[in-house]
Design a protein around this ligand. Structure first.
Ligand SMILES: Cc1cc2nc3c(=O)[nH]c(=O)nc-3n(C[C@H](O)[C@H](O)[C@H](O)COP(=O)(O)O)c2cc1C
Length: 239
């Protein structure tokens, strides 16, 4: 190895823990990785390959209409077919979260959460590596129940990737509610990915057995969304 290559190797070694791309570059430059760097890279690759990403599928609708359930059943069919992720279903309606009234904003929370319901919600959100949020459209927005569930926490969301699935009675598939969710996600320091899944005309979107008429499209789009969530999850992070 030439002195320049040796120097480059040393400088980049510390960065290797954070970047697989750099290790590829080093190899392309003809630099030999030192054993510790190789071990770091190998263990990083191993964990990327062996540990499925934990994705929480968060369902914002709390109405007992059955629409959200049918949507979720279709989404779960796609998600459960993958071995690179593990999906946990979180229905906001199961948490009966109180409207957020604490004086201290969640971003400034330093004490453990006292409210048992909020604590349960916090734990569920915390243990996920990323999220797919499913939301109906109400009056060109998303439900207040979902906003309250999002606002009740802060650090639990930070720096994790998120994607959105919208549905609506009209033809937009929840375009407005998804656009608003993108803005809110940024404020929560989530990492919203650029691809959304939209299901229009929810009142006639299902067959008699509950399958989405546009299942093949949703399947393709959702798999793309998951691929992007995985890329964001495995990307090196700087905070
Ligand atoms: C209060 C309310 C407002 C709605 N506003 C819209 C709207 O602005 N645009 C739209 O396309 N559909 C709208 N819809 C239709 C819903 O998006 C649609 O029925 C959806 O399937 C409801 O989901 P849910 O049963 O999970 O609540 C509205 C429904 C409700 C209850």
């Amino acid at each position: 190895m030439s002195p320049i290559q040796l120097r480059a190797s040393h400088m980049l070694r510390s960065l290797l823990k954070k970047s697989r791309v750099l290790s590829c570059l080093l190899v392309m430059m003809g630099c030999h990785l030192e054993p510790t760097a190789r071990a770091d890279e190998a263990s990083q690759e191993k964990s990327m390959k062996t540990e499925p990403m934990k994705i929480a599928l968060i369902v914002g609708s709390v109405r007992p209409t059955g629409t959200a359930d049918k949507i979720v059943n279709n989404l779960k069919r796609v998600l459960d077919a993958r071995t690179d992720i593990q999906t946990e279903l979180l229905f906001v309606r199961d948490y009966a979260l109180p409207f957020y009234t604490d004086i201290i904003p969640p971003a400034e929370r330093t004490e453990p959460i006292a409210d048992p319901v909020l604590k349960k919600w916090s734990d569920a959100v915390q243990r996920a590596d990323g999220y797919i949020i499913v939301s109906p459209e109400y009056n060109a927005g998303y439900p207040a129940s979902l906003k309250n569930a999002l606002d009740s926490l802060y650090k639990e969301w930070n720096y994790k990737p998120v994607a959105f699935v919208g549905y609506s009675g009209g033809p937009s598939g929840g375009t407005s509610s998804i656009a608003q969710l993108h803005q809110v996600a940024q404020a929560l320091k989530l990492i919203p990915i650029a691809v959304d899944v939209k299901i229009p005309q929810s009142w006639k979107a299902f067959t008699s057995t509950g399958d989405l008429g546009i299942f093949p499209t949703v399947q393709q789009e959702l798999n793309h969304v998951v691929d992007l969530l995985l890329v964001a999850h495995h990307a090196p992070q700087s905070r």
